[in-house]
Design a protein around this ligand. Structure first.
Ligand code: MN
Length: 466
């Protein structure tokens, strides 16, 4: 196992470098002239588990769109320069040792600067993704705001509905950006913002860290890069944005104004409803001369994975504080990388798995189902986890159910975000007879030369007889 804290220069340090890496390894395909309304998203979704897609001339627009930067968990590890087994540990190490950004004077994203007659839909190829989405959305924009009191920046991704040539409806859920906006509203002021499109994959990932208020997520990006992230100051505010980005929309989150926004296809594969959301008035648009526009289709695998990995890191660190026997955690795709959690535990005492289940529910209100497995079960293998439940779990003894707890508002089966929680202790009893839970094994399997075996195909004529 490589050292997960080791600084590296991984291929995810810039969007273009990552795309070149995908191209070199036959994982980037091109699609020409697709329609921005549905067709771009349809093509991206159709190959979401296999390829990244570069959409050239979408609706004839000169700016290309890229989608599916991550089509598997392993791609994220690769972008970070670590093995898949080290992915969560590496992200955790970066979030615990952030590296301050370095301000530079100029960057390619300043090659084109527009401050008057801004028309977002004309300037940028902004797709409409799911069937009932209310219109085109910027979905892969990093919203950067600065706390006027502490000076600390915050980075997060929000759905951004294009509601006018220079107007954006933006859904802020009650986390850090929401708090800073509320603080500005109480002072009766607009809050300057930057929406960054085409940041490098590691910075996009860092934006999803469950970091404490006051922690600039760009510093976590720096730690993932293994070097300070270079940033440049905005044209119309003191916000600093990643210098390697493709496009920056500058603006102001208006005070005490809400406008209808949504519906929009969200990560649980359902529509988030239309509601009155915050509004950004755009003050400047700056971009490279030939920029690339990144889009994430709501509910796509890329959307799920981007949210899942940082959450796994947070949950791992949270659980280990109380349970040092926790070896790994996983938020599987079937649980939309949010609601279902698998914990691999080296159990020290009988009953500990149930405490781990309760600890996980306390780790994030989104967690709805927790399955705890032994060290001989791979938590990343859904079949293995099902096997553990099938053979080590009894509902009368190993089931945890908690009613009327706080859950995800985007889970349509929850009532106003009130949800029941379910836990499965699928660990074998510590005092069981050794042979009772010993997994069967064929000696010598690990050393079979599979390549040679699979290559030696037999022709039908060699069978003989009838
Ligand atoms: Mn934050």
């Amino acid at each position: 196992m490589s050292d997960p804290t080791r600084p590296t220069t991984p291929p995810g340090v810039s969007l273009r470098r990552w795309l070149a890496h995908l191209a070199e390894t036959d994982r980037l395909v091109a699609a020409d002239g697709k329609a921005l309304r549905f067709e771009v998203a349809a093509c991206a979704k159709a190959v979401e588990r296999e390829k990244a897609v570069l959409f050239r001339k979408p609706d004839g627009h000169p700016v290309p769109v890229v989608a599916n930067l991550f089509a598997a968990r392993g791609w994220i590890a690769e972008a970070m320069g670590v093995s898949e087994a080290d992915l969560t540990e590496r992200f955790l190490a970066a979030s615990e040792a952030p590296i301050p950004s370095r301000t530079i004077e100029d960057a390619p994203l300043r090659e084109v600067m527009v401050t008057t007659d801004i028309d977002l839909n004309a300037a940028l190829p902004i797709p409409t993704h799911n069937e009932h989405d209310s219109g085109p959305y910027v979905t892969a924009g990093l919203l950067i705001v600065r706390d006027p009191e502490t000076g600390a920046q915050n980075v997060s991704i929000h759905r951004c509905q294009i509601t006018g040539p220079d107007r954006i409806g933006i859904l802020l859920l009650p986390r850090h950006a929401y708090r800073l906006h509320k603080q500005a509203e109480e002072a009766g002021a607009a809050l300057p913002v930057a929406i960054v499109i085409g940041a490098d994959p590691l910075t996009i990932l860092a934006s999803q860290a469950i970091a404490p208020m006051g922690q600039d997520e760009l510093e976590i990006a720096g730690a993932l890069h293994g070097a300070p992230l270079e940033v440049v100051r905005c044209q119309t505010s003191d916000i600093e944005v990643p210098a390697n980005a493709e496009i920056v929309i500058e603006g102001r989150l208006l005070s005490n104004i809400r406008e209808p926004e949504g519906p929009f296809g969200e990560f649980p594969q359902y529509y988030g409803p239309r509601s009155d959301s915050q509004v950004v008035e755009v003050t400047a648009l700056t971009h490279r001369r030939h920029p690339i526009f990144h889009t994430i289709t709501g509910g796509n695998l890329e959307h799920l994975l981007l949210g899942g990995i940082p959450r796994e890191a947070t949950l791992l660190s949270h659980l280990r504080r109380s349970f040092p026997g926790v070896q790994a955690v996983h938020l599987p795709i079937g649980g939309v990388c949010r609601y279902h959690l698998v914990v691999q535990l080296s159990k020290r005492g009988e009953g500990e798995a149930k405490n781990v289940i309760l600890g996980a529910f306390a780790g994030h209100y989104d967690i709805k189902q927790v399955t705890v497995v032994d060290p001989d079960v791979d938590p990343f293998d859904a079949d293995a986890v099902a096997w553990a439940v099938a053979t080590r779990f009894q509902a009368d003894r190993d089931l945890v159910r908690i009613d009327h707890a706080q859950g995800s508002k985007l889970d349509p089966s929850a009532r106003e975000g009130v949800s029941a929680k379910l836990g499965f202790d699928a660990t074998a009893p510590l005092d069981a007879d050794e042979m009772a839970y010993k997994r069967i094994h064929v000696p010598g399997m690990e050393s079979v030369d599979r390549t040679a075996l699979l290559a030696a195909t037999v022709a039908a004529s060699a069978i003989g007889g009838s």
